[in-house]
Each structure stands twice: as structure tokens, then as C-alpha cells.
Design a protein around this ligand. Structure first.
Ligand code: HEM
Length: 453
């Protein structure tokens, strides 16, 4: 443990404007601004964002210190206040004993073995999508791949959670979710957001959407209590007990966890898959290798649990896509006490940012970081790197609960889709990732479907 009193210097960084600090350029282009600050000031940068001290740390050893060993020093803190408006006290936002208990209850369902139960739903939902694509492909129609991946991953999570489909009713709820997520993303980037008590039209709409979401989830809980039987995640979580205390979740906690799983369960994977299809179109040799892998392992069969493990190139392609386009670009922590990183003082109550986007493009950690190269993820190459150079799912105790779920889903999607189609970007369409805190394609991802030769 470093001795904070020995740390005297203040980390370098831009001064910004009096009072506002760097809020204006940060709000305009958060990741661009952080990238620029990092390239000008180095691996620990101090920023002032509207009176708040914020440090960006980009090196694996500092990231490990904050996310893994700083458990008592760093916590999620006020950087997650906006998220709480939607997620309540679900796993992403809760802290302390509540988080520990909830994690004990939920984690067993998301281990590599636990996720096996979701595979059948994943495979059948992908099969449905492929059937829907047949006339689109035959008619040479353009599909919006970002929307298709959102619909697919949304359908998977709704089926897994509630045994339902994204029909008219759930689509309305999905829209409410989209609004709430967008509202919170805007608030988080703003840092000068209006208080929620102000009756602005955006605040009112947010509250209305949230009420609709809560009503929908409460109905599902009542339905399942009155008619148990479906073996979906809702039933499993309703009946799950904490093995240490024997406690079950009350209705409010269950609702917060379901909202959390819904949002976390597809808002991330859909973006990662969209970028994977884009990269595979730019790198046809990788698409060919992916096709060959599924052909030799599946040979026309649907994937099963054993064959999924053998689809190692599919896994590597998805990992590399998440290196270049991590769905979550910034992870935030609050310092509980004064600390020191690399000789720089980190004051209590200040925020520390870890950016998968920046660290995963750090030239000291990655050779030719801008180049797409799935070979970086062979076991040998992975072994040679720090575990904390690659963080799409974060690290430490608050690592993503759904990492195994997302990897399984992605490998299935890649293998099953590539067997049928090559996806080609509409020629000349501009593709640019949003530099906001999430990574979506700013102008969409229109593509056409082609049968492999
Ligand atoms: C490619 C897909 C995904 C990515 C890149 C991703 C990324 C992340 C990251 C970076 C965090 C840490 C956030 C933080 O510390 O602020 C996180 C947490 C979390 N994720 Fe994911 N996620 C993905 C998919 C999923 C899925 C499919 C689920 C559930 C079905 C899920 C559930 C969660 C939960 C519950 C947490 C909170 C864990 C805790 O604090 O105990 N995620 N995710």
C-alpha cells in the first residue's frame, strides 16, 4: 500500500476554464478529449471537470491498482448516480454488503457452466433471425446491421429473462429502455445536467418511461408468481437464495436486477457484434477463416456446448473487435481516501477513469494498435501481455457478470451467420464510431447479404 503522505506532486493535465474546467470540450467529445489529454500529458492525467478532480490512468499496473487491489480505496461512487436513476440498486450500481450478497446470489448463473442453460434460446433466436433474412438476401435488400444486432440481442435477453418475444408490447418497453439509456448517457456526459426535480420535458419523459418499465416488470413478476413453471431467469432469480444468509431478493431488488440485466445484457453486445461484422467485411481473409472454422467443426450441424469451445478463431475475432471498439469506453471509480498513483496525489472524493478504449490502443502495450489482428488473442500472445491491457469487461471484483454470456452469444452468432452469409457494407457509406461513452456507428451500418462462394 503506497504511503499517500509521501506523494507530493500533482499529475500533469490541461487547466481548462475557471469554474467549468474542461467540461465544454469533454462534453462535446469525451473520448477524443481524453485521448488528446493522454497523448499530451502521459499515462496519469489530471483533469478538472466542473470543479471535480478527475484522473485518467492508462497503464496496466495503475489499472490493476484501481480496479483490483484498491477495493477499499476505490468504489463506484457518485460517478454512477445517473445510472442509479434507471438501474436502482442493481448489481452494476450497488455497493458494499448489498452488492456482495447480490453477487453471491446471481454469479452462479453466469459462470461458464451456468450459461449453458441459455444456449438453446440463443441458438433458436439466431435461427429465427436467419430465417427472416432469407427473403431479404434473395431480394438483394439492404439490412441495417446495427438494428438487426439490437433486435437479435434484445430478443435473446427478453426470451432468457421472461420467456417472451420482442412483440409489439415488449418493443414498446424496449423503446422506453432506449430512451432511458440515451437520457442517462447524455446526462453523464453533460456534468451540468438539470436536477431531476426540474419539470423539463426530458425529465418528465424519462419518468414516464421508467414507470412503464417498472409496470411491465412488475406484471411479469406477478405472472410468474401466480403461474410458476417457466424455467427462465426470472423464475430462477425469484427462487434464488443467498447461501450465506438464506435471504431471497425482495420485489424491488428483483426489479432492479431485471432492469440491470436487460440493459447490460444487450446494449453492449449489440454494438460489439455490429463492429465485428464491419471488421469482417474490411478483412475478408478473416471472414474466410471464420467460415472454414465453423465448417470443419460444425459441418452443417447446429453448435453444441462442446463445439462452441472449439470455435477458437470466432472467439479471437470477437475479442479483437472489442479491443478496437470496446462497447464501454470508460469505467469510473471514486477514491474513498487519499491515495497515490505513480507518485501523483489522488485526493479522496476525486474520480479516477480507466478507459478500455485508450489502454487497448496504447502503443506500449499493443503492436500496430490500429490494425485488426485476431492473432493477438492466441493463448501464447495473451500470456505475454498484462491481464490489465485488455478490459472490455473491466477487471477485479466488479468485472462484468455477463462476460461468459456475451462471449457465448457472440461465438454462436458469428459461427451461425458466417455459415450462411457474407455481410458487405453498402459501398461508399461513411462509417464512424461515436466518440461518446458508448461505441455505436454514428451513421448506422447498412449492409447487404451474400451467400459464401
Ligand atoms: C460485449 C458485451 C459486454 C460488455 C463489453 C460488458 C462490459 C461490462 C463492463 C465494462 C462492466 C463494468 C462496468 C463498471 O465497472 O462500471 C460490466 C458490468 C456488468 N455487466 Fe457487462 N458487458 C457485456 C455484456 C453483459 C451481459 C450479456 C450481461 C448480462 C446478461 C452483463 C451484465 C453485467 C452486470 C450485471 C455487471 C455488473 C457486475 C458487478 O458490478 O458485479 N454484461 N459489463
Amino acid at each position: 500500500m503506497p504511503d499517500p503522505s509521501a506523494a507530493v506532486s500533482r499529475a500533469p493535465g490541461p487547466r481548462g476554464l475557471p469554474l467549468l474546467g474542461c467540461v465544454l470540450p469533454f462534453r462535446k467529445d469525451p473520448i477524443g478529449y481524453l485521448m488528446d489529454a493522454w497523448s499530451r500529458y502521459g499515462d496519469v492525467v489530471r483533469l478538472n471537470i466542473r470543479g471535480k478532480t478527475v484522473h485518467l490512468v492508462t497503464r496496466p499496473e495503475h489499472i490493476e491498482h484501481v480496479l483490483v487491489h484498491g477495493r477499499r480505496t476505490y468504489f463506484k461512487g457518485y460517478g454512477y448516480d445517473d445510472q442509479k436513476l434507471l438501474l436502482g440498486e442493481g448489481l452494476i450500481t450497488s455497493e458494499g454488503e448489498l452488492w456482495e450478497r447480490q453477487h453471491r446470489i446471481m454469479q452462479p448463473f453466469f459462470t461458464p457452466v451456468g450459461t449453458v442453460r441459455f444456449m438453446e434460446v440463443m441458438v433458436s433466436t439466431i435461427t429465427d433471425m436467419l430465417a427472416r433474412w432469407v427473403p431479404l438476401a434473395d431480394g438483394g435488400r439492404v439490412i441495417q446491421v446495427d438494428e438487426e444486432m439490437a433486435r437479435l440481442t434484445g430478443n435473446i435477453i427478453v426470451r432468457i429473462l421472461f420467456s417472451r418475444d420482442l412483440n409489439d408490447e415488449t418493443s414498446r418497453i424496449d423503446e422506453a429502455f432506449q430512451y432511458c439509456v440515451g437520457f442517462i448517457d447524455r446526462r453523464s456526459a453533460d456534468l451540468i445536467a438539470l436536477p431531476m426535480s426540474m419539470p423539463s420535458s426530458a425529465n418528465r419523459r424519462f419518468r414516464q418511461c421508467l414507470r412503464n418499465i417498472h409496470r411491465y416488470i412488475d406484471e411479469r413478476i406477478d405472472e410468474r408468481r401466480d403461474h410458476p413453471g417457466e424455467e427462465d431467469l426470472l423464475s430462477v432469480l425469484m427462487n434464488a437464495r443467498d447461501e450465506e444468509t438464506g435471504v431471497r431478493m425482495d420485489r424491488r431488488q428483483l426489479r432492479d436486477e431485471l432492469v440491470t440485466l436487460f440493459v447490460a445484457g444487450y446494449q453492449t453486445t449489440m454494438h460489439a457484434l455490429t463492429w465485428t461484422w464491419y471488421l469482417l467485411d474490411r478483412h475478408r481473409e478473416a471472414a474466410e477463416r471464420l467460415w472454414a472454422e465453423q465448417h470443419s467443426i460444425l459441418n452443417g450441424r447446429l453448435p453444441g456446448m462442446e463445439s462452441v469451445h472449439e470455435l477458437s478463431y470466432s472467439r479471437m475475432v470477437f475479442q479483437e473487435a472489442m479491443r478496437l471498439y470496446p462497447p464501454i469506453k470508460v469505467i469510473v471509480r471514486e477514491a474513498a481516501a487519499d491515495d497515490e498513483i505513480d507518485g501523483y496525489r489522488i485526493p479522496a472524493r476525486s474520480l479516477v477513469l480507466v478507459s478500455p478504449y485508450i489502454t487497448q490502443r496504447h502503443p506500449a502495450l499493443w503492436e500496430n494498435p490500429e490494425t485488426f489482428n485476431p492473432e493477438r488473442f492466441t493463448p501464447e500472445q495473451t500470456e505475454r501481455r498484462s491481464r490489465y491491457a485488455y478490459l472490455p469487461f473491466s477487471a477485479g471484483p466488479r468485472i462484468c457478470l455477463g462476460g461468459n454470456f456475451a462471449m457465448l452469444e457472440a461465438v454462436l452468432v458469428l459461427a451461425m451467420v458466417i455459415r450462411e452469409y457474407r455481410l458487405q457494407l453498402v459501398p461508399g457509406h461513411p462509417v464512424e464510431p461515436s466518440m461518446a461513452l458508448k461505441t455505436w456507428p454514428l451513421y448506422g451500418m447498412p449492409m447487404t447479404l451474400h451467400r459464401p462462394e
